[in-house]
Design a binder for this molecule. Structure first.
Ligand code: GFB
Length: 347
C-alpha cells in the first residue's frame, strides 16, 4: 500500500510478524508507481542488502524462493492466498466472495512478478488481533491454525504489518542498509559536492501532499501517516498544526538558517518531490557563505542515503519518506544523529 515510505513502514511490521512466528521472510519487491499503467517491481536487493537484514531474521530473496523453494515446498496446486475476510470482486459482479488476490494494480502485477497463481483462499480474520502478535493468544493461534508443516508458505494479499508502523518496530530500520550502488552514489555525491558539516532537508510539497495536510486541525488527536515521529504516540510532544505538515517558506527558511548557524554548517542539501526553494534558501544563506545543493538527477533512494549522512536532518514530520531517514539516524549508530522537523516546537 502506498509508495516507498509507506511500504517501508509496512515492511517493519512484516519483519516483526515473520520474526515473531519464527518464519523465513521472502523479501518482497518494492512497488514503483512512477510510470503510468502497471506498477513496476523493484527487487528488494536492488534497494537494500539482504545480508544485513539476515542478521535479524531468516530471509530469502524472491528469486531464490521462486527457483529453489516454491516448486517443491509450495506446489502449484496448494497455493492459497491469505486475507482477513472474503470480499466481493471489484470487476466480476457474480464471482463468489474471496480474497481476489490478483485483482487490480499493483496486486496482479505483484503476484505475476512472483510467478504465483492461487487455487484457493484462506481467511485469518478468525484470529483475534490478526497479524498483531502482541494481542493475547494471537501467536499460538497462528501456530495452531497455520502450522509450518501444514502451511509451509503464508502468502498474504496485503502486508501483515501495521500502517503507520509501531514504535516498537522502528529500531529494525537499522537492518535496512542501502544496496552498494546506492551507497556508493550517495558517498560520491557527498565527497565531491558537499562540504561538511552539512544540513540535509526534505521538502514534501507536491500537489498530492496538500490533500493530506487538509486533514489537520488543531484538536486532531490521532496520527496522520508518520506524525508520531515528532508528536509522540499519544500525541503529547507538540501541537498538530498545518505548518508541521505543509511548512510555509518562512518556516522552512527560519529552520534552515537557525540550524546552519547553530552547527556552523558549510553546505545545505535539499531533496524535494516538487519545490526545492533553492532561490529563497540560497538568498537567506548569503550572509553565512553557505551553498545549497540538490542531486543532479533526483533519485529517491540516493536522496535518502545522502540525508541519512547529514550532520543535521530537518524533515517533514508527517511524511513516511522523511521517517525512513529519522529512524535510520536514530537507531543505526552508537550515538543517534540529530534530526528535527519543520514547524515542530517540541513540548
Ligand atoms: O514515500 P512515501 O510513501 O511518503 O510517498 P509520504 C511519497 C513519494 O514521493 C516517495 C516521492 O516515495 C517518492 O517517490 N518523494 C517524496 C520524493 N519526497 C521526495 C524527495 O524529496 N525526493 C524524491 N526523489 N522523491 C504519502 C504516500 O507520502 O503521501 C501516501 O505514501 C499518499 O500513500 C500520501 O500518497 C499523499 O508519506 O510522504
Amino acid at each position: 500500500m502506498g509508495r516507498f515510505g509507506n511500504q517501508v513502514d509496512q515492511l517493519l511490521g512484516t519483519i516483526s510478524f515473520a520474526k515473531g512466528l519464527d518464519r523465513t521472510l521472502v523479501l518482497p519487491p518494492f512497488i514503483d508507481f512512477a510510470k503510468p499503467g502497471k506498477a513496476q517491481m523493484i527487487p528488494f536487493e536492488d534497494v537494500y542488502q539482504p545480508k544485513f537484514l539476515s542478521q535479524y531474521l531468516k530471509v530469502i530473496t524472491l528469486t531464490e524462493f521462486k527457483r529453489d523453494i516454491a516448486p517443491t515446498v509450495w506446489p502449484k496446486e496448494s497455493r492459497k492466498a491469505l486475507c482477513w475476510s472474503p470480499r466481493e470482486s471489484f470487476y466480476e459482479k457474480n464471482a463468489p466472495s474471496g480474497c481476489h488476490a490478483k485483482e487490480g494494480n499493483p496486486f496482479g502485477p505483484f503476484w505475476d512478478y512472483a510467478g504465483v497463481d492461487f487455487v484457493d483462499d484462506e481467511f485469518y480474520g478468525k484470529i483475534e488481533g490478526g497479524y498483531d502478535l502482541s494481542t493475547r493468544g494471537a501467536k499460538s493461534a497462528w501456530n495452531e491454525l497455520y502450522s509450518s508443516s501444514d502451511h509451509p508458505v503464508l502468502a498474504f494479499t496485503g502486508a501483515p504489518g501495521a500502517f503507520p508502523s509501531k514504535r516498537k518496530d522502528w529500531e529494525t530500520q537499522k537492518f535496512l542498509r542501502w544496496n552498494g550502488k546506492i551507497l556508493r552514489s550517495a558517498r560520491k555525491f557527498i565527497n565531491e559536492t558537499l562540504q561538511r558539516p552539512f544540513v540535509g532537508i526534505h521538502l514534501r510539497n507536491n500537489v498530492d501532499w496538500k490533500g493530506v495536510c487538509e486533514h489537520i486541525h488543531s484538536d486532531r488527536k490521532d496520527h496522520l501517516f508518520a506524525s508520531a515521529q515528532c508528536l509522540g504516540d499519544h500525541p503529547q510532544k507538540g501541537d498538530f498544526t498545518k505548518e508541521i505538515c505543509a511548512p510555509s517558506e518562512k518556516t522552512v527558511i527560519e529552520a534552515v538558517v537557525d540550524k546552519v548557524g547553530s552547527i556552523g554548517a558549510r553546505s545545505v542539501f535539499v531533496t524535494s518531490d516538487k519545490d526545492y526553494m533553492m532561490i529563497p534558501i540560497g538568498e537567506a544563506l548569503t550572509a553565512y557563505d553557505v551553498k545549497v545543493f540538490t542531486l543532479k538527477d533526483e533519485d529517491p533512494f540516493i536522496a535518502l542515503a545522502v540525508l541519512q549522512e547529514s550532520d543535521h536532518f530537518i524533515g517533514n514530520c508527517v511524511s513516511t519518506f522523511s521517517s525512513i531517514v529519522t529512524r535510520h539516524r536514530q537507531y543505526s549508530y552508537s550515538q543517534p544523529r540529530p534530526s528535527s522537523y519543520f514547524g515542530h516546537h517540541p513540548r
